[in-house]
Design a protein around this ligand. Structure first.
Ligand code: GLC
Length: 439
């Protein structure tokens, strides 16, 4: 049943490109790249504003080259990118008129957001900005007694709740600046609601109305109404005006994909770090392999979702070499197999044993993660497949059922070479993609 709710209908319209593009780059960058212990370092180590000021005074990313970032993202097959305009530490990477705590006032003297947007648009990528609802620098944001503020245990940081409204004016004002002064944005990525700090505490109805009036096409995540571990009203069939356009599972790929409470699919995007930190962490070498990332991208698409893969540039403005090497290999795979990702979604067939399916119309893509003994089983697809091709080079594959598969008349089988009863190694160990044209 098509839900008539206008919020759902508009969400469906706005997210058409998002469901097509499937793969984006998340970029977490700011002062925290200098301590290089992740973007929560101020909270985790309870660093005072004064001590954190050291990093502000020092910040000078002399090697910042957003054009190089954009080329790396494009080559990796990413179709959109989201940069932190302001993270929880309150430091603004853009020239806000509402604060002096911004990149244009540091030694950098640059509007880092503007350069990012121009560079990524020039490479043909859609662009988005992450904006933290949380602000550990702003004097009117709750501090003492807050669950995560760096000064949560400091009685001198008791704040008068009456002044929180001043913070909301600031926050709404900055969102307006971003949506007014930087051209067309495709994604607004808020982070995050928690405890009573959600929804109308942020004056979310008013904020979303402003967003929709300034850039009606823009898509917004669900975190005005939720956090990384909950979903908010986007999961209901009567979503609030600020429920957002996509769900944002974090550091996990939803085991069953993402649907609303009635089982209707909703747009979703898993945001995942490449190592274990969003912000640059100099000693975090726990990188996921290119094969892992490729297979997780396939998994997201096989469940009707997107993957937003994070990079954390260092204090000098460089994406770490380990990251660039992984992105380059992902790009090599996607350059050959992108048709099985872009515009694809969940298949009409259950997950096979040897890997995953994605589908686009009558093209079913078999992503082979493990080799088969003999022909590759296509469970339940007997008489349903017109032809099979190796996606990476267009070469013919073979659908003849060999004697060894005679006992499985309901299944189709595909062989990578002849004779069909032989076993063949996968041409691409990362994921070999077979394009199956369905009858
Ligand atoms: C969590 C973290 C935040 C990060 C975000 C990315 O909310 O608090 O640091 O930016 O995840 O989704």
């Amino acid at each position: 049943m098509t839900n008539q709710d206008p919020i759902i209908q508009e969400r469906t319209e706005r997210t058409q490109w998002f469901l097509q593009d499937r793969f984006g780059m998340f970029i977490h960058w700011g002062l925290y790249a200098i301590p290089a212990r992740g973007e929560w370092v101020r909270s985790v180590e309870r660093i005072s504003v004064e001590d954190y000021q050291t990093y502000y005074d020092e910040f000078d990313p002399v090697r910042y080259d957003p054009k190089a970032w954009a080329r790396a993202a494009k080559q990796a097959g990413m179709k959109y990118a989201v940069l932190t305009a302001k993270h929880h530490d309150g430091f603004c990477l853009f020239d806000s008129a509402l604060t002096t705590y911004k990149s244009t006032n540091t030694r950098a003297g640059r509007d880092l957001v503007r350069e990012f947007l121009e560079a990524f648009r020039a490479e043909g990528l859609k662009v988005g900005l992450y904006y933290s609802l949380i602000d550990w620098h702003h004097e009117d944001y709750p501090a003492y007694g807050d669950r995560i503020h760096p000064m949560r245990n400091e009685e001198s940081f008791v704040r008068n709740p009456e002044t929180f409204d001043r913070y909301l004016q600031y926050m709404h004002g900055q969102v307006k600046e971003l949506l007014t002064n930087y051209g067309k944005l495709d994604v607004m990525w808020f982070d995050f609601s928690y405890d009573n700090m959600k929804g109308e505490t942020w004056k979310a109805t008013e904020l979303m109305a402003m967003i929709r009036s300034l850039q009606p096409h823009i898509i917004v995540d669900n975190r005005l109404d939720a956090s990384g571990e909950e979903g908010g009203s986007i999961f209901t069939n009567n979503p609030l005006s600020y429920s957002g356009d996509f769900a944002s599972p974090e550091q996990i790929i939803p085991p069953q994909g993402v649907t609303d409470h009635e089982g209707n699919p909703i747009p979703w995007e898993a945001c995942i770090t490449l190592n274990n930190n969003w912000g640059y962490a100099a000693q975090d070498f726990q990188y996921k392999s290119p094969t892992t990332v490729i297979r997780k991208l396939v998994e997201c698409v096989s469940k009707n979702g997107n993957l937003l893969l994070n990079v954390g540039p260092n204090a000098l403005g460089e994406i770490p070499k380990e990251t660039l090497d992984i992105l380059a290999e992902i790009g090599d795979w996607i350059q050959k197999n992108g048709n099985s990702i872009y515009g694809c979604g969940q298949a009409d067939w259950p997950k096979p044993e040897w890997g995953r399916y994605t589908q686009k119309g009558n093209l079913l893509y078999a992503h082979l993660f493990e080799e088969s003994v003999g022909p590759i089983n296509l469970n339940g697809l007997a008489g349903k497949v017109k032809k099979a091709r190796l996606l990476s080079d267009g070469s013919e594959l073979f659908l003849n059922r060999p004697w060894s598969a005679a006992q499985y008349p309901d299944d189709a089988f595909v062989s990578l070479a002849r004779p069909e009863h032989f076993s063949y190694p996968l041409p691409d160990k990362r994921a070999t993609v077979v394009e199956l044209e369905l009858l």
